[in-house]
Design a protein around this ligand. Structure first.
Ligand code: DAH
Length: 328
């Protein structure tokens, strides 16, 4: 005959296997249900002699209590492990891995950038990736024969032998578009993807993101340009970051500068900037005698690479989860 010990052992083994409420309920029915050993034995009691009946009844009661106790305990353990997963705090640290996705590092830097500019009162303006030759080049003081067009390796789309539209080479095309449709004063940033006919290497990709900035008003100065850029760069990279201007040339700004930032002891180029050329203001229908403005444009991937210490920009847009998972 089955001993009480055997039953308890079998019960414990079954409970170890039972990993959810349903499984525990099944164990309960196996050991306490109608067809269980206990129920069977209890049904036999009335046929026994009085002494034996008293003795057997007592034993069965004890066994039944033990079974009920073990099942209740197993259920409580299951519930508490669901609420508080058991952790061995003596184990070495483990990087927390989210079982679901997280924001892409480039998107995260973009979001932070939008927030900092918005706090300064800039509006974030949407734009299109296909631009006309006029807005991308001519309106920015770069006629068809202007050598400055060589600064950007363009994917040209020729329509009947004539330039018409192109995948924009920079977000600066939005400058004159926005000026035409809005009266100063205004402060905007225009984030977006741009395209260059470029051979890829660790610092160049053929489709990347820029953030264009445009501020027009009365008495807007170069000092304000520098103060704004310093504030934003420090907002993204931290207060120890610094910026510097190097003299440069863009047909749409005068004077023009190259913007570098210093982060962790290294100077890195971030983009271009300058005071808006009066010709550009005029093309946008704004009186350059009354208004001045500054503009800038920088690479969104560049600042993400600087912030996260990446040495190959191309990694950012490769679907390589081992790489992206580092940025949880
Ligand atoms: N459009 C330039 C580029 O793609 C960056 C730039 C320079 C934007 C000067 C500006 C600016 O608005 O004023 O390299």
């Amino acid at each position: 005959m089955t001993s009480q010990n055997d039953i308890i052992k079998a019960l414990e083994a079954d409970l170890v296997q039972a990993s959810n409420e349903h499984a525990i309920a099944q164990v309960k029915s196996k050991y306490l249900g109608n067809n269980s050993f206990i129920s069977e034995q209890l049904r036999l009691l009335p046929g026994l002699a009085p002494e034996e009946k008293a003795q057997k009844g007592k034993e069965l009661n004890i066994l039944k209590n033990q079974i009920e106790h073990a099942i209740t305990e197993a259920r409580e353990q299951l519930l508490s492990s669901q609420q508080f997963p058991i952790k061995d705090i003596s184990l070495p640290g483990q990087r927390f891995k989210q079982p679901y996705g997280h924001m892409h590092p480039a998107s995260r830097v973009l979001q932070e950038t939008y927030k900092i500019f918005s706090d300064l009162g800039f509006a974030v303006v949407d734009s299109g990736e296909i631009e006309t030759d006029w807005y991308n080049f001519e309106a920015l003081n770069m006629p068809e024969t202007h050598p400055a067009r060589e600064m950007q390796d363009t994917f040209y789309i020729k329509n009947n032998g004539k330039l018409d539209v192109l995948p924009r080479t920079h977000t600066s095309g939005m400058q004159v578009r926005f000026m035409e449709a809005n009266k100063p004063p205004f402060k905007i940033i225009v984030p977006g993807r741009v395209f260059r006919n470029e051979d890829e290497d660790v610092t160049h990709i053929w489709a990347f993101h820029q953030i264009e900035g445009l501020v027009v008003g009365e008495g807007v100065s170069m000092a304000q340009l520098k103060g704004t850029l310093l504030h934003v760069v420090q907002g993204i990279l931290g207060p120890e970051a610094d910026i510097r201007f190097r003299p440069s040339y863009f047909p749409y700004t005068e004077p023009s500068v190259e913007l570098d930032c210093r982060y962790k002891g290294q100077w890195l180029e971030l983009g271009g900037a300058g005071m808006i050329n009066p010709v550009v203001l005029q093309n946008g229908g704004i009186d350059p005698e009354k208004y001045t403005g500054f503009a800038f444009g920088w690479g969104a991937e560049r600042i993400a690479a600087i912030k996260y210490g990446l040495d190959d920009l191309r990694e950012l847009w490769r679907p390589r989860f081992e790489f992206l998972e580092q940025f949880v």
